[in-house]
Design a protein around this ligand. Structure first.
Ligand code: NOJ
Length: 609
């Protein structure tokens, strides 16, 4: 699970645990055209929108504040929909906006059918949906089913007495060696991903409850069918309001081994026990993560959601999974069997959390996504609110913007849906707190200084160069980093060589170039360990070639010689011309596939004519 990875090795390896005719002007001034709209394509777009979707993660607390309290809110998001439209996103995923004591900034939910007053009201939510809908932007919510807040009415009931009807909604166990006067030891040595024992003693009813995350986030008991029914009703409540789907939080941790068997301890290459940032031995999570029960839960959930139709908000509802898994085989299981589907889009964290610029690792993982997922749609993701931003995990401090062009090209120019995090679009950098007393995320207090928490990747969206970057008229809940004076929407929006322009161009290509819409990914030049190249191939559509330089030195590649190139007449490939669709600022236009020159961390995308 992702946060476990986060704490197990310092900042580097963090993995927690439309259609209209459009002329695309690229940074280099090149162009591409799209096909016209028809009613048949409109209908198919509604059903298939998620297959090539561009999804933008909004962290509501940090996106835009509309009322000057220093905390972002729903009306702030609504006010920025035109920006998101301009960027080209199909959907926004909102991290939790439900009422919450905010111990885990919304992931500790105390009421699943309302909006936290900090973020607005249900009426504000309805307005957000309606305004987003007008702009063909879908709204996805976060669904946290592993745990609730300890202030949720269900848990208040559950802890009130052992005989309460809600007792069995949570995971309660006796302690080891408990007596009338002593609580004994926790039932076993399982740990919270947020540090220390996963068991919390509750004096009133003299038992321990289990919490995979914070003490204030008791785990629900998914062996209780009433819990399943409760969440199906909650999901229906939001679907009726026009939500287009959900991202299922911590979904692999719903079940625990009923025998309470101990988990294995992770050892390093020398056989020494790995100690995590909280000072505990690192466990392998084998008894508390990715247990098989999750599949039946998601099959039922998918069936519930698939039955749902709403004339006002047409189109497929999509289920996204927070699925940090060990390998592509495990990821495949999350799509479910053909007759009992589960997620349409379980996150493929295999690719995006490699956390180092290694050509062969990316080639192999991207190829797995293409060839080992039984033609399902991969959901690529490189960044989110739980991990340091791209600068820390992939940057070198010198070429960070160019490296981000490399990363974003893999994200948007590969087959599948693409999910990215607010602020990537302008090259926001990780800004962790410098002093323990400034930390807001509790894991940063428990884990200081090895684990500084997640504040660094949650700083306010940088809209302009003003003191509070246009985020708030009040005092922002997290400080604004100095880089915001350069990296902000106002400055980048008018610069054709900015990262914003790059993201916008990549997204437009993804949505308008036929081979990008559904073409398969074919890896090229597969022995090259400096440049990653691939083609997008779709029957009847011109092939598109992509090359990204993973090094700080210029590179030249010859794709005409690639063994993997599957064009009908390879002899003619050399002679055929490439039309540039997009290239890094200052990059060259190659004459043919045989000599593509790339600058340091340069990217080239061209269509074969
Ligand atoms: C994963 C979420 O992304 C993270 O922010 C949260 O702390 C945990 N799940 C617990 O809900």
């Amino acid at each position: 699970m992702v946060l476990a990875h986060r704490s197990s090795s310092a900042l580097k390896s963090i993995a927690v645990a439309l259609i209209a005719t459009v002329m695309v002007l690229t940074a280099g001034g090149q162009s591409a055209t799209t096909k016209p709209t028809t009613s048949a394509t409109t209908q198919s777009t509604e059903q298939n929108w998620w297959k090539n979707a561009v999804i933008y993660e909004v962290y509501p607390r940090s996106f835009q504040d509309s009322n000057g309290d220093g905390i972002g809110d729903l009306n702030g998001i609504t006010a920025k929909l035109d920006y998101l439209k301009e960027l080209g996103v199909d959907a926004i995923w909102l991290t939790p906006v439900y009422p919450s004591p905010q111990v885990d900034f919304g992931y500790d939910i105390s009421d699943y059918r309302n909006i936290d007053p900090q973020y607005g009201t249900l009426a504000d939510f309805d307005r957000l949906i309606a305004e987003a809908n007008k702009r063909h932007i879908r709204v996805l919510m976060d669904m946290v089913m592993n745990h609730t807040s300890d202030k949720h009415a269900w848990f208040l009931q559950s802890r009130s007495s052992r005989n309460n009807p809600y007792r069995d909604w949570y995971v309660w166990h006796d302690g080891k060696g408990e007596t009338a006067t002593s609580k004994g030891e926790p039932p076993n040595h399982w740990q919270s991903l947020f540090g220390h024992s996963a068991w919390q003693w509750d004096e009133k009813t003299r038992q321990y409850y289990y919490h995979k995350f914070y003490i204030q986030q008791p785990d629900l008991n998914w062996n209780n069918p009433t819990v399943h029914k409760a969440f199906q009703d909650i999901v229906a409540f939001w679907l009726k309001r026009g939500v287009s789907g959900f991202r299922f939080d911590a979904i692999t941790t719903l079940f625990e081994d009923p025998t309470l068997a101990d988990e294995g301890v992770v050892r390093d290459q020398n056989g020494n026990v790995v100690i995590n940032a909280y000072g505990d031995p690192q466990l392998d999570n084998s008894k508390t993560d990715n247990l098989p029960g999750v599949h039946q839960v998601m099959q039922q959930m998918r069936a519930t959601v698939d039955q749902f139709s709403n004339d006002k908000f047409p189109g497929t509802r999509v289920l996204i999974g927070e699925t940090y898994l060990h390998n592509v085989q495990e990821l495949l299981t999350m799509y479910g069997p053909q007759d009992k589907p589960e997620f349409q889009l379980p996150m493929d964290t295999q690719v995006g959390f490699i956390n180092k610029l290694d050509v062969s690792a990316f080639r192999s993982k991207l190829n797995d996504a293409e060839t080992k997922l039984d033609s399902h749609v991969p959901l690529l993701v490189f960044d989110n609110h739980d991990n340091p931003r791209l600068d820390i995990r992939y940057g070198d401090g010198i070429h960070d913007d160019d490296i981000q062009r490399v990363i974003s090209t893999m994200l948007f120019a590969s087959r599948g849906a693409a999910l990215f995090y607010y602020g990537d679009d302008i090259g926001m950098k990780t800004t962790p707190p410098k002093r323990k007393e400034d930390v807001k995320d509790p894991i940063g207090i428990t884990g200081w200084p090895r684990e500084k928490g997640r504040d660094g990747e949650r700083t306010p969206m940088q809209w302009d160069a003003s003191q509070n970057v246009g985020f708030t008229t009040g005092t922002p809940w997290l400080p604004v980093p100095p880089i915001a004076r350069q990296n902000n929407v106002a400055t980048e929006g008018s610069n054709p060589n900015s990262l914003f322009a790059w993201y916008q161009n990549l997204i437009r290509l993804k949505k308008t170039v036929p081979a990008f819409e559904h073409g398969s990914n074919v890896m090229l030049d597969t022995q090259n360990n400096k440049v990653l190249s691939w083609a997008r191939q779709s029957q009847g559509a011109p092939q598109v070639f992509i090359s990204v330089n993973f090094t700080a030195e210029p590179q030249t590649v010859n794709l005409a010689a690639s063994n993997s190139l599957t064009v009908s007449n390879s002899a003619s490939v050399e002679a055929r011309k490439l039309k540039t669709l997009l290239k890094s600022p200052g990059g060259a236009d190659p004459q043919s596939l045989s000599e593509i020159k790339l600058g340091p961390y340069g990217v080239y995308i061209g269509e074969l004519r």
